[in-house]
Design a protein around this ligand. Structure first.
Ligand code: TLP
Length: 344
């Protein structure tokens, strides 16, 4: 078998059904609100998540940013985890584009807790920025795809609302969270004022993410998206894939979760590597390689030479993400390649 690419579920390619759907999609100018395929996808997503309105964006990053710009403006405070994707991986767009002030609240095992949020939100005072929005992330990427259970998620939303804040949920992998938690994704959307999810990760679309909220909220986010240069024309070619994804690609995410456990159990038999099995709740496996005595760069290079691609989380970890291109036998093969790579 060729290289086993477990760097991310973003590496997935569109399915044959998606490529066929692009060819027959009805198209129009989305900036005029006239692309029927985009409208259909947005209506489907809104119904599925139980929100009034939805908006297709190019990327998860853009959907998060457009939502934040609809929640607040320059000088307003966004309460968020410094290990969240918005804080850690979005090029500082929160500050540099939305102009918002981050108020960090550290997560534990990928979860925020209401008492920590309460302690971070200061009372109104002339000296302080106005706290506007609490950002949540489920599943939580940097903790290894961990899930915030629904009762904790709801308690966080209630706390934010009590304190006068709105809630934005970065649900890039909300369907992974929903499957792992055994609840419909709409349950996580219910108390969040806005959320976004990605079509381009485990759902296998080539691109696209969806922002959701009330009609009024999405109208504001639409202006923000346009300001970001994200207004689109015949975006039905993207939406056509999204429709196939929502119809056919959600339930199979459970296979990725099962394969992640097989992978993690295998990795735990490789000398020098360890995975805390409690962290493997969805499709990510964070591997501690510190007992090999090698740098993350060296470990990745050896694995690449042996035909396995992973993402570095230096100084002690690398990340493997399971997705539809690899089944249980393939992840077992990946373990054997990694074992050889590190035995040299
Ligand atoms: N995550 C990517 C990298 O950027 C790290 C990955 O490979 O996991 N929210 C979350 C929780 C994400 O994990 C990601 C992408 C995004 C937002 C941004 O989505 P895109 O890449 O579509 O802008």
């Amino acid at each position: 078998m060729d290289v086993i690419n477990l760097r991310s579920d973003t590496q997935t390619l569109p399915t044959a059904e998606m490529l066929a759907a692009i060819q027959t999609a009805d198209l129009g100018d989305d900036t005029y609100g006239e692309d029927p395929t985009v409208r259909r996808l947005e209506a489907m997503a809104a119904a599925m998540l139980g929100k009034e309105a939805a908006m297709l964006c190019i990327s998860g990053n853009m959907a998060n940013l457009a939502c934040l710009m609809a929640h607040g403006g320059p000088g307003d405070e966004a309460v968020l985890d410094p290990d969240s994707h918005i804080f850690y991986y979005e090029v500082g767009g929160l500050a540099s584009v939305a102009g918002m002030m981050p108020m960090p609240v550290q997560s534990r095992d990928g979860k925020l807790y209401p008492d920590d949020v309460r302690a971070a939100v200061r009372g109104r005072n002339l000296h302080y920025p106005i706290p506007r929005v609490l950002c949540l992330e489920n599943t939580h990427n940097r903790s290894g795809g961990r899930v915030t259970p629904l009762d904790l998620h709801n308690a966080l939303c209630d706390t934010a609302h009590d304190l006068g804040l709105t809630v934005h949920l970065d649900g890039a992998r909300i369907f992974n969270a929903a499957i792992a938690a055994g609840v419909p994704a709409s349950a996580f959307a219910e108390k969040a004022d806005s959320l976004m999810f990605c079509l381009s990760k485990g759902l296998s679309c080539p691109l696209g993410s969806i922002a959701l909220g009330s009609k009024e909220f999405i109208a504001k986010a639409d202006r923000a998206r346009k300001r970001l240069g994200g207004g689109m024309r015949q975006a039905g070619i993207i939406a056509a894939c999204g429709i196939v994804a929502l119809e056919t690609m959600i339930e199979r995410l459970a296979d990725d979760h099962a394969n992640a456990r097989v992978l993690a159990e295998g990795i735990n038999t490789v000398p020098g590597l360890s995975v805390d099995m409690d962290t493997v709740e969805t499709n990510m496996v964070y591997v501690d390689h510190s007992a090999t005595g090698l740098s993350t760069t060296e470990v990745l290079a050896r694995m690449k030479a042996a035909g396995v691609l992973a993402s570095g989380r230096p100084p002690r970890h690398f990340r493997l993400v399971t997705h539809r291109h690899y089944g249980a036998d393939d992840v077992r093969e990946a373990v054997e390649r990694i074992r050889k790579a590190l035995a040299q």
